[in-house]
Design a protein around this ligand. Sequence first.
Ligand code: F3S
Length: 62
Amino acid sequence: MKTRVDPDLCISCAVCTNMAPDLYIMNDDGVAEAAVTEVPADMEDLAREAAEECPSDAIINE
Ligand code: F3S
């Protein structure tokens, strides 16, 4: 699974960076971005949960 953040949708709420800091980080623009491209197999559930919890549906898993 790959994960990414749409910077145009992210409202910088920090839900993803708090719940999955190994997968998402805040960049210098104050917008979240994926810390990895390929999600480790044991973190796929976490990536799915982060996408569900993101209030602006900015996290894309594919
Ligand atoms: Fe942004 Fe959604 Fe994370 S709004 S900070 S991508 S939870």
